[in-house]
Structures are given as C-alpha cells and as structure tokens.
Design a protein around this ligand. Structure first.
Ligand code: ZN
Length: 100
C-alpha cells in the first residue's frame, strides 16, 4: 500500500522546478511540511496565552486565558490555514529541491 504522495514524489523526484510539479503533489507536500513543523504562536493572543479584558494607562489590568490556545500561547500547525500554506510553499520553493 503506497500513498499517492510517495508515488508522485518518486515519479517527479528529478523535476527541478517546483512550479512545474502537479498541483496535487505540491498541495500534498505543503500539507506535509506544515504538519511536520513546530507549534506556532497563537494569532489570537500573539503567543502570550492571555487576552486583555481591561487596560489601564496602556497596561493590562485584567486578562483572561486565550480561548483559542487554552492559555498556552501555542497552537498546532494548521494545514488548512491559507497563510500557513503560503508560508510553507515559500519555504519549500526557496529550498526546492534540496529538502524535497
Ligand atoms: Zn492564544
């Protein structure tokens, strides 16, 4: 049992142009790249883990744990996030095909 991505990788291993790869393969590689990546700073709280609920003279007077990351400030990489897809594709494109 082979997965499609592996077979396509073998088929196109010697193709040196990322943009010439089939879209299906590029999408699979982008997903793989994102999922293999580190946890990311939570975008809702900027990686702080807390969201200010009250400010006083520019200082946080009261805050609550961020609901999005459960107060950890970190979230798992999300391969469905368009921004992360663009970032990942850019990274892959720059290093392609060395880390392919
Ligand atoms: Zn958060």
């Amino acid at each position: 049992m082979h997965d499609t991505s592996q077979l396509l990788t073998m088929k196109y291993a010697f193709n040196l142009e990322w943009n010439e790869l089939p879209e299906e393969l590029r999408e699979a590689k982008i997903r793989e790249y994102i999922l293999a990546g580190d946890k990311r700073d939570c975008e809702y709280c900027d990686g702080v883990g807390e969201i200010a609920t009250a400010m006083e003279r520019g200082d946080i007077k009261d805050s609550k744990p961020c609901f999005h990351c459960n107060g950890t400030g970190k979230v798992d990489p999300d391969p469905d996030d368009l921004h992360q897809q663009e970032e990942a594709e850019e990274e892959i494109r720059i290093h392609f095909p060395i880390y392919f």
